[in-house]
Design a protein around this ligand. Structure first.
Ligand code: NDP
Length: 458
């Protein structure tokens, strides 16, 4: 068999696998190279095991609530090693499915580190293959350089492989990974401190979600150490100490570095192949995922556009449809929904109130209530929902929610936003009762009108 391919993909994560299968479905001869496990960050050391850990943590509250609903019984305890074994078996199962999907699609899998050699050639170990088109989908990895000493801390990869719960955990950072693991590990019973430099977690999210998330995390017993720059992390016999710019220190027996991720671009031969990086160290691409080198494309986290699994998959399929399916397709990165799996979870699609107000006047509709299920159990936990509506066109520009099932609810509403739904469309939608989601179609009067900093034409 010749080593000439129509497409060689570097990286068998969500984006690379989706692109290679779609290209093969269009009739291309495809090889995908992977140095590690098939499935990439999301399946092996990200979204999937994280969510399995989140489900484990959720039982603590469920056991508690059950008593209010009339259940009684022995007090349960969590054995992390049992969860770890079950998780490992589930990830093995999913990896096997990914491998089978590739094989059934006619994509050849080559295990080994791949390197671009220029002239359409790629080295995978000692094997050299040739391709008409090359796709780089090598993803990203935890960064260690935000402050000195971070390399001694765990990353999200390590937390997902823990077999015992630390007594106390210092989470460094206030982004997606920081707040998710802070909530999960606190739910499992660890004493968690969340240290971040801004006054609220989740920079970039709508301010009303950020405020309520901070309250909810504190309500779960998490110590929020906010608003002070972080300087160094040190590690000694007593555990970890985080030094802050005001001279204060924070201590815990374990530490998680959650200060962001970097694109995996090292040792790929990018320079030799003429592939340029942008100022952040990501592969620079155009709207069709073309790099600066003819015949080479890049998708997913290695390009740092919107670092989410479904975006990488959409970019991979758009590339394959355009190049092999004679169906030019581009991904619209403007309306991408996302969820943060904290307790309670957050989900959002479209513009925040602040970003929408930069474009013109907006009407803000809100609803806040104690959800039926937990209120019955005596909990003070609240759900909050917000619609950001264009004050001139009535179009819904943003949907934001913190509360149980927020990711499931907002995923459905993302369809309405993608279709350009107006507030009037929401109003004429009949509610499903009794649900939390119905509040999104029952918001009658705006809570406020925000004047808008500039006119739309500017
Ligand atoms: P994020 O960019 O979300 O967060 C990084 C955090 O590190 C921020 O709080 C940032 O603070 C802080 N930080 C960075 N540098 C410093 C510094 N020098 N001193 C103090 N704090 C610092 O990255 P994550 O690693 O959490 O996640 C990476 C990406 O993975 C996300 O952007 C997301 O796209 C994806 N992801 C998505 C998930 C989901 O969809 N549910 C789950 C997990 C990850 P500041 O804000 O002040 O800059």
């Amino acid at each position: 068999m010749s080593d000439d391919f129509d497409l060689v993909v570097l990286g068998a994560g969500s984006g690379g696998v989706a692109a290679s299968r779609r290209a093969a479905a269009h009739g291309a001869r495809v090889l995908i190279a992977e140095a590690s496990r098939v499935g990439g960050t999301c399946v092996i050391r990200g979204c999937v095991p994280k969510k399995l850990m989140m489900y484990a943590a959720g039982y603590a509250q469920a056991f508690d609530e059950a008593r209010s609903y009339g259940w009684s019984g022995t007090v349960p305890s969590f054995e992390m090693h049992r969860w770890a074994d079950a998780k490992a078996a589930e990830i093995d199962r999913l990896e096997a499915i990914y491998r089978k999907l590739l094989a059934d699609s006619g994509v050849e899998l080559a295990q080994g580190r791949a390197q671009l050699m220029g002239g359409g050639r790629v080295a995978i170990g000692s094997r050299i293959v040739r391709a008409t088109r090359i796709l780089v989908a090598t993803g990203g990895a935890p960064a260690h350089d935000a402050l000195p000493g971070l390399a001694t801390a765990m990353t999200s990869n390590d937390v997902l492989d823990m077999r015992a719960l630390p007594a106390s955990l210092l989470v460094v950072g206030g982004g997606y990974i920081a707040v998710e693991f802070a909530a999960i590990l606190a739910g499992l019973g660890a004493k968690v401190t969340l240290a971040f430099r801004d006054t609220l977690p989740l920079r970039g999210f709508d301010i009303d979600l950020r405020k309520r998330l901070a309250q909810a995390l504190a309500g779960r017993g998490i110590d929020l150490a906010a608003g002070v720059a972080l300087t160094t992390l040190s590690h000694g016999a007593d555990g970890y100490t985080l030094h802050r710019a005001d001279g204060s220190t924070l201590q815990a027996s374990a530490a998680l570095n959650a200060t962001g991720r970097r694109p995996n671009t090292a040792d790929l031969g990018l320079e030799a192949a003429g592939v340029q990086l942008d100022s952040r160290g990501a592969i620079a691409v155009d709207a069709d995922s073309r790099t600066s080198a003819p015949g080479i494309w890049a998708i997913g986290d290695v390009t740092q556009r919107v670092n989410l699994t479904p975006v990488a998959i959409a970019e991979g399929r758009a590339f394959a449809d355009t190049e092999f399916g004679r169906r030019p397709t581009r991904v619209d990165h403007r309306t991408v929904a996302s969820a943060v799996f904290t307790d309670p979870p957050i989900a959002t699609v479209g513009l925040s109130e602040a970003d929408a107000a930069k474009r013109g006047p907006v009407d803000i509709y809100e609803s806040e209530f104690r959800p039926m299920k937990t209120a019955f159990a005596g909990s003070a936990a609240r759900t909050y929902m917000k619609l950001v509506v264009d004050g001139l066109s009535d179009r819904v520009l943003g949907v934001h929610m913190i509360g149980a099932d927020a990711p499931e609810i907002v995923q459905s509403l993302a369809v309405a936003l993608t279709c350009g739904a107006t507030k009037r469309d929401f109003d004429r939608t009949v509610a499903v009762h009794p649900t939390a989601a119905e509040e999104f179609v029952l918001m009658r009067e705006p809570a406020r009108r925000v004047a808008g900093a500039s006119s739309r034409s500017q």
